[in-house]
Design a protein around this ligand. Structure first.
Ligand code: C2E
Ligand code: CA
Ligand code: CA
Ligand code: CA
Length: 278
């Protein structure tokens, strides 16, 4: 018992060094993944409130031989830190457009796909040109592309970000604000940007049935968005009572485990041809 202080220190120090070695293992694995194919894009369906398929959000995963399928919350921050994020973001753009072209070739109806981009991508002066080049290379209709940004992205470097966004909006690309309500954006700034959709963060959706102040916040977001001509997607919908409530509040679309988890690309054609939630 007398040694417990010392042991505790050893324990903490091991924790730190194992976290550091996990981090460098993930970094090394990401570097290798570009040629060995370790990145995989999953697709999560988005539905209208009455169950019609409206689109998919592309969500990146990293497959590791011993760690299994690693989620983006674990590797994206590392990628942003070690400077790999732009390369990864470019890979995602290519992969998703290639996949969309493949689905089109198979005769499936065109469907909107939402991509997550890091602020570090959107702040680059060549971002919009890169996206436009990829759109034409894969003959993808710009209106089928939605780019998800966060409030922090917008606030980071408003002028450069606005320039990139306006350039893409001019050809028909749509933009949504992800995790809306959790950041510090000013509405005055958001209003200057070509935003078509707000995504209500899942932390609100989780409490919406139990907590009346959460409900009021969501109602306020919905009224505001609709008065600005924007659509609203509720994220992280897991229960039927949440669907009922969001429907009664005039929410436009939903995304969540209840109606569809993120899944590998080969599961998407069945969802697309069904068109309604199964
Ligand atoms: P996000 O953009 O907010 O994505 C939604 C996250 O919520 C996804 O986690 C999704 O799997 C999860 N989710 C969806 N429905 C439910 C639900 O009903 N309940 C719960 N508990 N969770 C739900 P995921 O796939 O782990 O992604 C985490 C984050 O990683 C994303 O959050 C996004 O910020 C980031 N991310 C994903 N793909 C990319 C990418 O290609 N590039 C960049 N820069 N970031 C990405
Ligand atoms: Ca997102
Ligand atoms: Ca989100
Ligand atoms: Ca999030």
């Amino acid at each position: 018992a007398k040694n417990s202080g010392g042991n505790q220190y050893v324990f903490v120090s091991n924790e730190i060094s194992s976290a550091a070695s996990e981090q460098s293992e993930i970094e090394a694995h990401m570097r290798a993944a570009f040629k060995d194919g370790g990145f995989e894009v999953y697709y999560q369906p988005q539905y209208s409130m009455n169950g019609y398929l409206c689109g998919f959000e592309a969500l990146l995963r990293l497959r590791h031989p011993s760690m299994g399928l690693i989620g983006p919350d674990r590797f994206i921050p590392i990628a942003e830190e070690c400077g790999l994020i732009v390369r990864i973001g470019n890979w995602v753009i290519e992969e998703v457009f290639r996949q969309a072209a493949e689905w089109k070739r198979q005769g499936l109806p065109a469907i909107r796909i939402a991509l997550n981009v890091s602020p570090l991508q959107l702040m680059r002066a060549d971002f919009s040109v890169r996206v436009r080049d990829a759109l034409s290379a894969y003959r993808m209709d710009p209106e089928m592309l939605e780019i998800e940004i966060t409030e922090t992205t917008v606030m980071h470097n408003l002028e450069e970000v606005a320039k990139q966004m306006l350039d893409l909006a001019a050809v028909g690309v749509r933009f949504s604000v992800d995790d809306f309500g959790t950041g510090y954006s000013s509405l005055r700034h958001l209003h200057q940007l070509p935003i078509t959709t707000l995504k209500i963060d899942q932390s609100f959706v989780q409490n919406i049935c139990e907590d009346s102040s959460t409900r009021e916040i969501v109602q306020a977001i919905l009224s505001l968005a609709h008065s600005l001509g924007m659509q609203v997607i509720a994220e992280g919908v897991e229960r039927e009572d949440q669907v009922e409530l969001l429907r009664s509040m005039n929410c436009d679309q939903l995304q969540g485990f209840l109606w569809g988890r993120p899944q590998p690309a080969d599961r998407v054609p069945a969802l697309m041809s069904a068109q309604v939630r199964k």
